[in-house]
Write a protein that binds this ligand. Sequence first.
Ligand SMILES: *Cc1c(COP(=O)(O)O)cnc(C)c1O
Length: 361
Amino acid sequence: MSRVYNFSAGPSMMPEAVLRKAADEMLDYKGSGQSVMEMSHRSKVFQSVIDEAEALLRELMGIPENYKVLFLQGGGSSQFSMIPMNLMTKSNKADFIITGQWAKKAFQEASRYGKARAVASSEDKTYSYIPKTDKAMFDDEADYVYICLNNTIYGTKYNTLPDTGSVPLVADISSCILSEPIDVSKFGLLFAGAQKNMGPAGVTVVIIREDLIGEPMDITPTMFKYKIHADNKSLYNTPPCYSIYICKLMLEWLKNDIGGLENMKKLNEQKAKLLYDFLDSSKLFKGTVAKEDRSLMNIPFVTGNDELDALFVKQAGENVLVNIKGHRSVGGMRASVYNGMPLEGVQKLVDFMKKFEEEHS
Ligand SMILES: *Cc1c(COP(=O)(O)O)cnc(C)c1O
């Protein structure tokens, strides 16, 4: 068996230990005589799976008691509508910082349900930086301020959170959840599609402060009401059982093999530093993002020559370094180095880049 190093922005590679555990438990989950894929979501045994997943997530992220954890479907993208339908209910206003396509999509979707306002944007420079904001820029009547904490496509992240005063901060953490510790109490709502850093596609985690789970807009479909899912402990309807189970294995790995989010952060910093240091010293390759806003998870870079970029992507793929082509809006390359990417994979990439540089400069 030969496995590749998958630098895709998502779905992404998972630790081999997690995949092996899933394989071991495939036919018989803990003596139940069945796979998690087959069992009733109303069974005691599945209840233990979802309870353990939630307890591990709460422990690892330090989620306070007054927040609910929801396991939903519909991907990160459904949250773009679900958030305004449930939260834009007092002043019907919300402020957005536009740091890339995902934030823009969330903004456009919210505009359908209320007065969404773009407070700042980095579109002028292809979203290669995080715009500076101060408290006075935000509407203190807004129902929330929305940000995308890590910008998957462009490779930027917030290193300092915007000061929104008493207005709840809502953040898309799809591509950075569990990559490092995060102070949940600073947010009103956090959400993440699992397929980048937490598990397989199919489950979306929402972490919401209880006082924000109010009465949604009248038009809100039942399945889009946080209250319905909170009241039913994510079991209003059939949840994505197997995806939740794989998330549980990922969380166990994070806790037991890695030793928690502080350790995960150190490992992620080590991986990112390896690549950034090389980019900063390379004569051929260069990073595309403002240094102070660099992401730990998604690292875009270019040679400045489209043909050379294409050749690099092709040859990297032939050397088991796959899915390294950049997003079409940025071009060049992008290495996504989520939790599941081992240090060895990044080392192999840097070695390959050095060799390519020698051959082409
Ligand atoms: C991938 C991604 C999304 C979209 O997630 P889906 O689950 O495909 O809907 C949203 N936000 C960010 C930051 C992402 O990286």
